[in-house]
Design a protein around this ligand. Sequence first.
Ligand SMILES: Cc1cc2nc3c(=O)[nH]c(=O)nc-3n(C[C@H](O)[C@H](O)[C@H](O)COP(=O)(O)O)c2cc1C
Length: 331
Amino acid sequence: MDLTTRYLGLALKNPLVAGAGPLNGELDNLRRLEDAGAGAVVLPSIFEEQIENEQEAVERLSVTGTDSYAEALTYFPASASYRIGPERYLKVIDRAAKAVAIPVVASLNGMSEHGWVNYARHIQEAGASALELNIYFIPADLRLTGREVEQRYLDIMTAVKKAVTIPVAVKLGPYFSSVGHTATELDRAGADGLVLFNRFYQPDIDLSRLMMAPNLELSSPHEIRLPLLWIGLLSGRIKASLAASSGVESADEVVKYLLAGADVVMTTSSLLRHGVEHMGVLLDGLRAWLAARDLETLDQLRGRMSQRNVVDPTAFERANYIKILQGYKAS
Ligand SMILES: Cc1cc2nc3c(=O)[nH]c(=O)nc-3n(C[C@H](O)[C@H](O)[C@H](O)COP(=O)(O)O)c2cc1C
């Protein structure tokens, strides 16, 4: 059975990628992920704030429970994987690239087009096969227009692309008035891949202490629906590779994403929940699904249920919603 996959122009032995998260900051986990069959790994992010102001950022990152600034800090500040500065991050890349034979994708997480983007060059020199650029921007300034926000994404991506020759994937959230148009513009401007979607942290309120409650919940399978929609709509319509990220728990979600047209499928929450060896469970499940249908290659599966290929393309659109509501029976 041939599961080989191209992602960002890289040859992967299969489409399963360990998505950015704290586990991937440890060499031992990377080796175990490779042994369990991962096609590639994405390192935890290094944040713009850490690069721009290393000292200040390191201090902030080590304050567990901080909730009032930089959305970036909401990614498990207590984890050691996020408490390293820019110099150490480069060492992690170097060691990771030497420790495993599968592609190691480094992750830059930022929201402005400042000097920090030049750090991308060091990431390349440290040996990363590719760069995932997580543009994590919450337009909290109410004067910002949608167009300005989109332009920011394009500017950051273009600046990072200029700094490196390795492929760059942009990880973005779903909150655009026209996700498809934003994706198309990023594609035209040279993004080698799009990772759909970033899961934006959303604050909660602790009712007993009347305080903002900063916590990050692991995803559940129903969260594949939004990325599934957009991957299905974009598949075959843009040049950039498509990576699915959100909600993978079992091989079912992996197969669904591939059917919609994803080139690769990433998982972070399921590995945190079940351990890195879960990667092998997902891979076995994918193989079993294909074998049960006598499918030999992923090309026979990938994109078969994208909007371009389904019998009823309105299944992705408003018309289908109305159809469902008309047939809805309250129990
Ligand atoms: C604990 C934790 C840490 C994460 N750290 C990062 C990170 O450093 N960089 C990043 O781009 N995404 C990060 N993410 C987001 C994941 O890579 C992924 O996009 C998101 O969790 C949705 O995928 P999932 O449903 O497989 O978890 C993190 C997620 C979790 C749960």
